[in-house]
Design a protein. Structure first.
Length: 265
């Protein structure tokens, strides 16, 4: 079993970046969902309500993030890794109230212009503690601005199984994983508890319940019924539709595409 893809999503709900190697940290991969866009009530916004976010991409440059329109890469804003304005702000992510810092007036103005709302970009400083759900994360782990847990793993075979049932196949990035694993049976990840990737230890803590964001085409920002309609026919558990597994990290270190995955429990 092999790590075939590594993904980070620096700004929550904007485009993802596929990497060949990455560093693991307690709250997720380095840079993953450390930035977030908030409205004038300091509440996070996502593609669920603002489809155009799917058309905005992010690049990791030496001196900061480049946030740009996929259709017009020359229309961009550069966001330094260290915030310029750095004003403390209390923000809301789902049910969590947590502390963040503003980033730059330039980034705020660019996002406001693109999305037509009064918006600000914030960053999660290292000092912020946002705990993953203690019912599943057993070691008091912190999490970034991700929905609930630091990491998401999905096997390629699970997507292949789903695509065999769809009229039009979809890409893995619909599901915004951090790790994609090849060389497994479909939904093998449902059975994993303790794994290593390379020489780093991870705990698989709970299935990932999927939302309408998966029905948004990341290329066009169009919304449809799939894949949730088909997944509901065979991956429903109560009122939740499950695809992929939420994961926490026991070690910090570097991972690379091609690293082997070993299941210990």
């Amino acid at each position: 079993m092999t790590l075939s893809e590594i993904w980070v999503y620096p700004v929550k709900s904007l485009g993802g970046i596929r990497l060949t190697k990455a560093f693991t940290e307690e709250r997720g991969l380095q840079y993953d969902r450390r930035w977030m866009i908030i409205d004038d009530e300091n509440v996070f916004i996502t593609q669920r309500a603002h489809l155009k976010m799917a058309l905005i991409d992010v690049a990791l440059l030496e001196d900061g993030l480049k946030i740009y329109l996929r259709a017009n890469p020359d229309d961009f804003v550069l966001v330094p890794y260290q915030p310029v304005t750095a004003l403390p702000v209390t923000v809301k992510v789902w049910d969590d109230i947590t502390e963040a810092l503003t980033v730059s007036d330039e980034a705020d103005a660019w996002l406001t212009r693109q999305l037509g709302l009064n918006l600000r970009l914030v960053i999660m400083p290292d000092s912020t503690e946002r705990k993953a759900d203690p019912r599943y994360a057993q070691h008091n782990e912190n999490v970034s601005f991700a929905d609930g847990f630091p990491y998401l793993v999905i096997s390629q075979a699970s997507l292949d199984d789903l695509n065999s049932r769809l009229a039009e196949p979809i890409e893995m990035r619909r599901f915004r994983p951090n790790f994609v694993i090849t060389g497994t049976e479909p939904f093998a990840e449902d059975q994993w508890k303790h794994i290593t990737i390379g020489n780093l230890r991870f705990e698989v803590v709970k299935p990932c319940a999927r939302c309408v964001l998966t029905t948004i085409n990341p290329e066009t920002a169009e919304k449809g019924a799939e894949p949730l309609k088909t997944l509901a026919s065979y991956r429903r558990n109560g009122n939740k539709i499950l695809f992929g597994q939420n994961v926490t990290a026991r070690d910090a270190g570097e991972l690379s595409v091609g690293d082997f995955l070993v299941v210990h429990e």
